[in-house]
Design a protein. Structure first.
Length: 330
């Protein structure tokens, strides 16, 4: 393992100067601090060998987490429930593209003293996503996939299995024309769910042309553009990529006088707390958010101990409520 002496020799400064740079002391220049940190990353220096430093972080963006009804709230709670009794402190850090452009992932983690991260809500356009294939600091990415780096792990649910449960249930209710609505396909998970939907309906020899699905950047645009089109095609059920999109579809059906589930069955994804209280209550695919957080810690702890977990996928559960019912006779 490289030491501070190795960094000092490489940069041509004293060990004390290296220590100051690593610990954020104010009496060295930012230029020198940056040089020392980048050299430390290049050499593969890690604070994991220093027993007094045991801090993990949750890096989060594009996901609410402040209130119990927010998706990220229980994920973070589950992570803390496992990490803190194991002797780690946990910090939640709001992540932005501006922050990522200003400093590399490895450098950020080293200068802040974080041993590893659970990363929630990252998109394919995030600058750090381009670094993760070669980064050195352990990270667990929720709903994102990085191949070939033994310090990066993927965390999520088995989307093929989950969407298969939903399609099976709809087929059991007699639905033969099933549509799919999604937000923009700009994230790994929206792409995975989109592909999973077509895989599952083709496997059952249901109508599977690309016209059976629609997506757009905003939920209202998606519903306003594609829901009437799917209905005109004779679709009797729609599976949505998220609960928020499914709720938007429910509201639009109410405005158009389309009865749910008598004319159209609707299924969401996530099982956010509001789903039990919509009108009618929303059938959805439940992700156990507390278990996702706990599993995130399990994967990260494994990476920190040299166990190269590639991916950890949990089972999801279909929750049947009032927004689904027998297929109508059209």
């Amino acid at each position: 393992m490289p030491t501070m002496e190795d960094i000092a020799k490489k940069v041509g400064v004293s060990k004390g100067t290296v220590s100051k740079a690593l610990n954020g002391a104010p009496d060295i220049s930012e230029t020198l601090r940056k040089t020392i940190l980048e050299t430390a990353v290049t050499l593969g220096y890690t604070r994991a060998r220093r027993g007094a430093v045991r801090t993990l972080c949750v890096l989060i963006e594009n996901m609410d987490y402040a209130k119990p009804e927010d998706f990220g709230y229980d994920v973070i709670a589950g992570f803390r429930q496992m990490a803190e009794p194991s002797g780690y402190s946990v910090r939640v850090v709001d992540m932005s593209k501006e922050m990522q452009r200003s400093v590399s992932y490895d450098t950020f983690m080293l200068q802040e003293g974080y041993l590893g991260a659970l990363i929630l809500g990252a998109t394919l356009n995030d600058p750090w996503m381009k670094e993760f294939p070669t980064s050195r600091t352990p990270a667990v990415l929720y709903d994102n996939l990085i191949l070939g780096n033994p310090t990066i792990s993927t965390l999520g649910v088995d989307n093929n299995e989950a969407i298969g449960q939903a399609v099976n249930a709809l087929c059991g209710m007699g639905h033969q024309k099933i549509g799919y609505l999604s937000g923009a396909l700009g994230s790994h998970i929206t792409q995975v769910r989109y592909k999973s939907f077509f895989h599952e309906i083709r496997r059952r020899k249901l109508p599977s042309g690309v016209s059976m699905a629609g997506y757009a950047y905003s939920f209202s645009e998606c519903v306003n553009t594609h829901l009437p089109r799917l209905l005109d095609m004779g679709v009797t059920a729609v599976l949505c990529s998220s609960d928020l999109l499914a709720h938007t579809a429910l509201i639009r059906c109410l405005e158009l006088g389309i009865q749910v589930p008598q004319r159209l069955s609707i299924i969401g994804f996530d099982d956010l707390p509001f789903c039990a209280h919509t009108s009618p209550p929303l059938t959805t695919i439940r992700q156990d958010r507390l278990q996702i957080g706990k599993s995130g810690y399990y994967a990260l702890d494994s990476l920190l101990n040299g166990v190269p977990i590639s991916s950890l996928l949990l089972h999801a559960q279909l929750i049947l409520r009032g927004s689904t019912g027998p297929a109508p006779r059209l």
